[in-house]
Design a protein around this ligand. Sequence first.
Ligand code: NDP
Ligand code: GDR
Length: 357
Amino acid sequence: MTKRALITGVTGQDGAYLAELLLSKGYEVHGVKRRASSFNSQRVDHLYVDPHESSTSFFMHYGDMTDSTNLIRLIQETQPDEIYNLAAQSHVKVSFETPEYTANADAIGTLRMLEAIRILKMETKTRFYQASTSELYGLVQEVPQKETTPFYPRSPYAAAKLYAFWIAVNYREAYGMHASNGILFNHEGPTRGETFVTRKITRAVAAIKLGRQNKLFLGNLDAKRDWGHARDYVEGMWRILQQDTGDDYVLATGETHTVREFVELAFQEIGITIEWSGTGECEVGRCAETGRDLIAVDPRYYRPTEVDLLIGDPSKAREKLGWTHSTPFPELVREMVRSDIELIEVEAVYRRNHGGE
Ligand code: NDP
Ligand code: GDR
């Protein structure tokens, strides 16, 4: 029997990778996308087949995490065996500007999904994956962080995700639902949202190489993150839902790097060695060969409360799910820089051919 999956947040980085993975495994995939004033489905366009022209296993539905009636109807209509709840206002810094909306979409949105399953009496049919996050650990309590490490959220985003984590656990315990949390550490790739630090860096490096940008402005260069590749992490999500019972798992690489190191590696890809001078807001990064200023700090990108150090211990996922990450950090950086260079080159050709320059 063909399995049916419903993915909220299918137009996001992870949603698109996951849809691709599930389709390759023979699933019928239903994705929830938000209505927007311009196209927002670029990441999944390659999966879309016009149902008027041939049969397809990939379907998109309009929906929103803030609309329970819509979520109930979508679950009722699609009758999923597995739900992957990936939709969220996922930007930590933005959550300080939009705390109430973030709580509504990320925290109450998760409750709406779980309640919809219960209202529809699908508790025993439908397995539920909740996109939990290493941001739950926040202020360092213990390193490396694992499933038993206490949480200490440091942003409205993390506080909303804390509620989502516990409500998923509660529905598992209260109603016997197969509900699981994947506590995922940062994972990136060429389709990462442009305002997350990795993609911001690789886009800037590509633009600087091609003479389209002079300088990169960043916030906290000392923050340490455990960065993996999104492709590996969606495989982990799927494995979590294939277990006999729901549970919570850390997915991480077990390595940590500073933002500064990411910058250095990314510039190395275009043959530039960065030399740093100054400290804090006055720190600058220069090209070692030419002395040209390439990186400066702009405190605008600082967060009111920061998460200084994330490094995960993925032992449980390795032992129980047989999951490990497969993309080393330098390879991740290289893939992202190369992809952004290619993207800018393709855009330039397009603009030339359409009279833009
Ligand atoms: P993205 O920001 O790339 O994607 C988020 C998705 O959620 C998009 O499809 C977005 O739609 C959708 N969305 C946002 N708000 C709503 C809403 N109100 N109703 C319906 N859909 C909405 O995130 P990622 O793919 O990187 O992450 C996926 C999930 O995993 C998120 O929940 C994130 O918080 C969590 N996470 C991510 C990690 C990472 O490193 N990437 C690590 C740990 C957890 P649109 O395209 O229209 O904006
Ligand atoms: P994060 O990712 O907050 O870890 O959340 P982000 O890439 O935004 O920040 C990582 C670190 O880099 C520092 N930083 C900057 N960040 C951004 N965005 N822009 C900058 O200019 C900049 N300069 C320095 C930040 O301060 C931070 O310390 C991501 C999201 O995907 C969440 O949804 C997810 O839950 C977590 O990862 C795990």
